[in-house]
Ligand binder design. Structure first.
Ligand code: FES
Length: 243
């Protein structure tokens, strides 16, 4: 029997068939055909469709699985295992309570947990401001209280106990900004971003205002939750609860 250049397997593993004649290639030689040239039997078409659908379904499920943590990371979890409340230094907290219109730097001892290392603590500090007029604050911090409703854009109370605590990390690229008491504004030494006394972005490359941190009072101690947000973008996307 003559070999056909166009063979395909069937359940009986036989060489086929009327549609199996190879078209001529260059020089009159039969062209070698690939699997894509073979339309296949009804069963094969059905199997291919099933495989394609299964691949799409599995890909969709994997995509959904990846999307859920990303969406979830937009929402700070104040009650779960990720949340770590850290006490504000008492001296700094008292200074903030008696402050008038100046920002106050408050020390904290940030604890870090790691499954493989003993607990460590690192000296850190945050900035606090006293909010005398909450509705004015909400109107000027449109990145936190979007108009027209000026409702909190974050799932925690930004102004609490009459204060707002800011992360000391510049939302541009993560440097530590400073407070210029004479100008009553925050300034970042790295690329010149500036923020007014309420943390509103007023100059430089930062894409948003200063990031507020959750504040609470527990048994007479003021505490904050440390949150590190993704830099450079206008939205607040949580990337970590540790330093
Ligand atoms: S890191 Fe602050 S302006 Fe760039």
């Amino acid at each position: 029997m003559k070999d056909s250049p166009y063979l395909k397997r069937t359940s009986g593993d036989k060489a086929l068939s009327s549609h199996a004649h190879a078209p001529s290639g260059e020089g009159g030689h039969p062209r070698i055909l690939s699997a894509y040239d073979d339309p296949g039997t009804h069963e094969e078409i059905t199997r291919r469709k099933f495989m394609a659908n299964a691949t799409l379904t599995i890909g969709g499920l994997i995509g959904l699985g990846l999307a859920i943590p990303i969406v979830g990371s937009l929402i700070p979890d104040l009650s779960g295992a990720g949340a770590t409340w850290t006490a504000l230094d008492d001296t700094g907290w008292k200074e903030l309570q008696s402050a008038t219109d100046k920002a106050v730097k408050i020390d904290i001892n940030l604890k870090s947990k790691d499954a493989y290392l003993p607990e460590q603590s690192m000296p850190q500090s945050v900035w606090g401001i006293k909010v005398k007029d909450e509705s004015k604050f909400k109107t000027s911090r449109t990145d936190l209280f979007p108009p027209p409703a000026h409702k909190d854009d974050l799932p925690y109370q930004i102004v609490n106990l009459g204060f707002v605590i800011f992360s000391p990390i510049c939302p541009h690229l993560g440097c530590f900004y400073q407070y210029n008491s004479d100008a009553n504004k925050f300034q970042c030494p790295c690329h010149g971003s500036q923020f007014d006394a309420e943390g509103t972005h007023i100059a430089g490359p930062a894409a948003r205002g200063l990031d507020p941190l959750p504040l609470r009072e527990q048994s007479g101690t003021a505490e904050i939750e440390w949150i590190r947000y993704e830099p450079t973008i206008p939205e607040r996307l949580v990337i970590s609860y540790t330093s």
